[in-house]
Design a protein around this ligand. Structure first.
Ligand SMILES: [Zn+2]
Length: 435
């Protein structure tokens, strides 16, 4: 429908969680001529409008606008059986109200990569250019069919061993990724260099602090000349020296700051948190949830008894944006819920959960050695998710005790069904959606 685009350069994309996609589309594939319906919220960035959908329910009847609230924004997925109507034809059949925004996605049962989609935007019809299924084993289908960036020969040679190890498909997906890192200190800077080495295309760095001498021992890649500069800025500069083609940007603010939150809300493939403070961790976790973005939380802890190290621990939590993927509050817990709520400016209340884990108690410094292990495990877990080998949220726990074998435990994890943070419908702690 190119004629509808003539009046606007707006680019419409659709993001659906893997869980919503699976739960709705699997049944639709076998019972043709069914529909899946769900609410959408919007993320707008310049001329790009993204419709985010994390809930789809199947129905046998054609959904109609009159049956929904006047200002509803909603999505309908049609599995095309014998009929062959276009998305805009299906859209008109749904009779959306003038005040509603409706997206119709039409899929063919034979080939899911052949799709058609259109948006009814307050009486205007617009084209949809891309559909992404996000989370474990997610994929992205652009209408043009071009989904991989062109690489220069130098890049190909430089990354040949990484590409050989990951396989071309996963390497391309990692290479087209944008990653947002909240906290660019000892763990965050190491993570950023690992990601740059793996070949991601864009990094966004968020940290309010200035680089101190006391940070430098665990931040290889940064130099003595960087001391006194903002951490995120110094790291960005060194990352560019490491890989000139990397796109790096930074914000010298805490994740609690509205400007930093605007950046965290931007389109990204992964949000990483490496901060000790629970309030920004939770904030980033909930934005990830709301924006249908995978969240990776990395933490290490060293405890001592007198002069002896008693235990070294690392916790790596990869949280998918699926509804039951969980957040840092219900998977692992916060050190002090009331204090975190206070910092978030939210009314205090009671949480019904298990024993929280206190990261900060009896903390005795941090070590580059254990940070390196944690970062390696964290990114390898993300790669598993990108590759589709991992489908749910996952928690790795590592424990190192002097002169004993490394203890590891890991398991898929799920949201607490009554989590007041990630299971709340209104998400009041992180503000409203862009729409
Ligand atoms: Zn939660």
């Amino acid at each position: 429908m190119p004629e509808h685009n003539a009046t606007s350069k707006r680019e419409i994309r659709v993001l659906i969680t893997r869980q919503a996609w699976d739960s709705a589309l699997r049944p639709l594939l076998v019972q043709t001529d069914g529909f899946a319906v769900g609410p959408i919220q919007w993320r707008r960035e310049g001329t790009v409008w993204e419709a985010l959908c994390s809930r789809l329910e199947t129905t046998g009847q054609l959904p109609r606008g009159l049956a929904r609230p006047p200002l509803d924004d909603w999505l309908v997925v049609v599995m095309q059986g014998d009929t062959s109507l276009s998305a805009s034809q299906w859209l008109l059949r749904c009779e959306p109200r003038r005040s509603q925004r409706l997206i119709v996605v039409v899929l063919g049962t034979a080939d899911l990569s052949r799709w058609d989609a259109a948006l009814w935007d307050r009486e205007q019809l617009r084209d949809v250019v891309e559909i992404s299924v996000v989370g474990g084993g997610g994929f992205r289908v652009e209408r043009s069919g071009q989904d991989s960036p062109v690489m220069e020969p130098q890049t190909l040679e430089r990354s040949s061993r990484t590409a050989g190890a990951l396989g071309q498909r996963v390497f391309r997906r990692v290479g087209s990724s944008t990653v947002t890192i909240v906290g660019t200190g000892r763990l965050g800077s190491l993570l950023a260099f690992h990601l740059a080495g793996l070949g991601v295309s864009r990094l966004r760095l968020i940290d309010p602090d200035v680089l101190q001498w006391g940070n430098l021992d665990a931040m290889p890649g940064l130099t003595e000349r960087d001391v006194g500069q903002p951490k995120a800025q110094a790291l960005a500069k060194r990352l560019l020296a490491f890989r000139r083609q990397l796109l790096v940007s930074y914000v010298r603010r805490s994740a609690m700051d509205p400007e930093a939150q605007r950046v965290i809300r931007r389109r990204t493939d992964l949000i990483v948190t490496t901060v000790d403070d629970d309030a920004p961790r939770l904030c980033a976790s909930l934005i990830a949830k709301q924006m249908l973005t995978v969240h990776l939380d990395v933490a290490t802890q060293i405890t001592r008894e007198g002069d002896e190290p008693s235990e070294i621990r690392a916790d790596i939590r990869l949280l998918t944006p699926d509804r039951d993927g969980g957040c840092v509050a219900c998977v692992g817990g916060l050190a002090d819920v009331e204090q975190t709520l206070y910092q978030l400016g939210a009314p205090p209340g009671v949480l019904s959960r298990g024993e929280p884990i206190a990261w900060h108690q009896q903390r005795a410094g941090s070590l580059l050695t254990i940070n390196s292990i944690a970062v390696g495990v964290a990114l390898q877990t993300w790669i598993d998710l990108v590759a589709g080998r991992l489908r749910s949220s996952y928690w790795h726990r590592l424990r190192w005790r002097p002169a004993a074998p490394l203890e590891t435990a890991g398991s898929p994890v799920f949201a607490e069904p009554d989590c007041r943070f990630c299971q709340a419908r209104d998400q009041r702690f992180t503000g409203k959606s862009a729409g």
